[in-house]
Design a protein around this ligand. Structure first.
Ligand code: G1P
Length: 313
């Protein structure tokens, strides 16, 4: 535990958060930060010369699933934190007049619609993280673009398959539990070291008060089996917390550590989402997600299912 946390919280004069009276609405979440600045080391060599976020999953790049989830949850202002070598992401969300002209000439109107839709679906801006100093630092990079309002964070490696988009589920919880909210899921003991782990106190069906949180602990030190997954709703005070967060696991500024600091002055909740999460940042997770998404695909799904059934190994 960072010793200065308590003093730091009171020094900044942060108020302990409170539950709002029934019917009172929280400030809406208008902005999403999507972190896309990592090297993608778990996906080398594929990610050597293209952003890992642009690796296709069925017929869309991985990052597109996060953008679609944000939009489907009613969030249209998107800040993508990028880094050197990631300009393919900007090109993807930009208009391509030459391509559009070509498709128009060829009469490929459905494709034309799809291509245009990608560049029109959200209001996207970009900021570069100039040094790879960790997830907490990547979120901090978006401070001025977010401003003084609560916001959502999406880690695009984490892809969710759910009836209701996971961020939409979280926004509903946010109405009842105003404060910082982390999406969580149960993780196997052997996977504990891959996740931030929370110490939970159950409040409601699928909702927990977070009493503490630790980034990638050893299994014997983990406070529970509830792992942090890549969706967060954060209050703007997280930025001050991150500014005061020293490097942690892997010598990186960890979002988990920033949240632990924030815990001294604000409520942090965890929500066990309904749905399945895939870690597309690893080849195996990407394969599983590919199969799941391909089976759901309106055109490809039925044929792909028949093909899978026919495979003899
Ligand atoms: C990050 C977070 C970690 C969280 C994980 C979920 O780790 O630091 O707390 O559990 O995302 O995907 P990363 O996977 O980027 O190392």
């Amino acid at each position: 535990m960072y010793n200065g946390a308590l003093r730091w919280g009171s020094f900044l004069g942060l108020r302990r958060d409170r539950q709002l009276p029934k019917g009172e609405q929280r400030m809406p979440i208008r902005k999403a930060v999507i972190t896309a600045a990592g090297w993608g080391t778990r996906f080398l060599p594929a990610a050597k010369s293209q952003p890992k976020e642009m690796i296709p999953l069925v017929d869309k790049p991985v990052i597109q699933y996060a953008v679609e989830e944000a939009v489907a949850s009613g969030i249209h202002q998107i800040i993508i934190v990028t880094a050197q070598g990631k300009h393919a992401i900007e090109d993807y969300y930009d208009r391509s007049f030459e391509l559009e002209h070509y498709l128009e000439q060829k009469g490929e109107l459905k494709l034309l619609d799809e291509v245009r839709h990608v560049s029109q679906m959200a209001n996207i801006c970009y900021i570069r993280q100039k040094e790879q100093l960790g997830l907490g630092h990547a979120v901090l990079t978006a401070k001025d673009l977010v401003g003084d309002e609560p916001f959502a964070v999406f880690l695009p490696d984490d892809l969710f398959h759910s009836q209701v988009p996971v961020m939409k589920q979280m926004l509903e919880i946010y109405q009842r539990y105003p404060g910082n909210i982390i999406a969580t899921q149960h993780v196997e003991e052997e996977d504990i070291e891959k996740y931030g782990i929370i110490e939970p106190k159950k409040l409601d069906e699928r909702v927990y008060q977070v009493l503490n949180l630790v980034e990638k602990p050893r299994p014997e030190e983990a406070p529970s089996r509830l792992g942090i997954t890549g969706r967060y709703i954060l209050m703007p005070q997280i930025f001050e917390a991150l500014e005061a967060t020293p490097p942690g696991k892997g010598q990186e500024i960890q979002l988990t550590d920033g949240l632990r600091l924030l815990l001294q002055s604000q409520a942090v909740y965890a929500y066990e989402f309904e749905g399945i999460r895939y870690d597309t940042g690893t080849p195996l997770g990407w394969l599983k997600a590919t199969v799941a998404m391909a089976l759901q695909h309106a055109q490809l799904g039925p044929q792909f299912k028949d093909y899978l059934k026919s495979i003899k190994v």
